[in-house]
Design a protein around this ligand. Sequence first.
Ligand code: AHR
Length: 505
Amino acid sequence: REAQIAVTVNAARPGPTIDRHIFGQFAEHLGSGIYGGIWVGKDSPIPNTRGIRKDVVAALRAIKVPVVRWPGGCFADEYHWRDGIGPQDKRRSSVNTNWGGAGEPNSFGTDEFMDFADQVGAEAYVSVNVGSGTIQEAADWLAYMTADPSSTAGKERAANGHVAPYKVKWLGLGNESWGCGGSMRPDHYIDLMKRFARFTHNLDPKQGEKGPEPMQRIAVGPNDGDTTYTEAVMAAWKGHDWAWNIEGLSMHAYTTGGWPPSFPSVGFDETGYAKLVKAALAMDGMIAKHSAVMDKYDPEKKVPLMIDEWGVWLAPLPGSNPGFLYQQNSLRDAVIAALHFNIFARHADRVRMTNIAQMINVLQAMILTDKDKMVLTPTYHVFRMYVPFQDAQAVPVSFDAGTYTQGNVTMPRVDAIAARGKDGKLWLAVTNLDAGKPVRIEAKFAGATPKSARGEVLTAAKVDAVNSFEAPNAVVPKPISGTVAKGAVTLELPAKSVAVVEIGG
Ligand code: AHR
């Protein structure tokens, strides 16, 4: 028998904006995340624009990617940008020591990344090398990207094909400096962070600190629930002087179910599903914990929390190189993505950017490629379904979620958010976490009179259903509509499903 859940949507009380950057992406030089996934080279038989895959760009445009973080990850703290500019045949090749000791040809460098971001229609989030690079190297990189074409740095960029300064909206000051970025004590990191923040200037007057679209600098922050870096960076920010500032605090939190990651990405049962879904819900408490620390130093919420690495991190797919972090992507992962969006939206006053790890062929990917083949994952489809929530105004939703128990794991049965989109339309997103039971949602509204309820639902026969190169459409959204009577909407949701519905009025 299906469960029944009563939901109340209060459209009369709009809340904070759900920043579109919450739906951001992360692409690192790791496995085939860049090489093969994005970059195939100009001479490839795979259709490309200046070396960048056309199929991948078209798919990413459809999910309106707001921002891409690059070049890492751990890779960023060993990246030397000069290796990746200029004529392709003169580029220095190196070794990717973080990820499987793979050869790094540096054929995808700054100009290629900016071209890619431009083709996708996304903003660039560039992480500078704080771990093994110098402040001068980072400053020179910023100059290369943003200086006027009349300057030496700008002339070099122009000679490489791009006269106008690039837009660098986001700048990461290191990556995981408490770990792969140098295992730094917080005090050591903070001293470095201040100097990088002070001396790596965006030289485009439009993007400088006083420009109309200033670049935002993002400091390394916490790992999971550990508040050590949160406390230290925020205390330094509170006492900061005119010479430096940061405009964001990074947080990394993966859903692993334990370390090292051992949950398989294919061939698991409902117990494997329930354990990982429950683990994903811990994101809410972690954000609340860091937000409370940030509120102490920054009650006006000037510094956003940017969860610039999140997602399910599973055991490597059997037969793949463990250093390449290649995993399949199932209906379970799509449910987990939707739950993350709901959590982020509920913390929209503090969480203003997130970047799923990672965009293509790595961890919880949107897209998997194999030579000329491409497949869109269930997680991709959830990103597309949630597009109306980009820059939408959150609307409070109240409900008694009930409970779903699988073995010895108990969690809420449903989750929901609502928002008034930029298009003026009212949107309701509901996830039925229960792997076995459908649910009937009875939604009542204040401040809106529904006349229709139509949208899409993502589900499959089994929790471990995936899209493969052989069967690319096994898990794809299908139309769903609710019935409307006496100002209330009834929606029948299948077990283990994600639905996004427009409430027409
Ligand atoms: O996303 C994979 C890795 O996870 C990143 O390189 C690093 O920042 C994190 O530990």
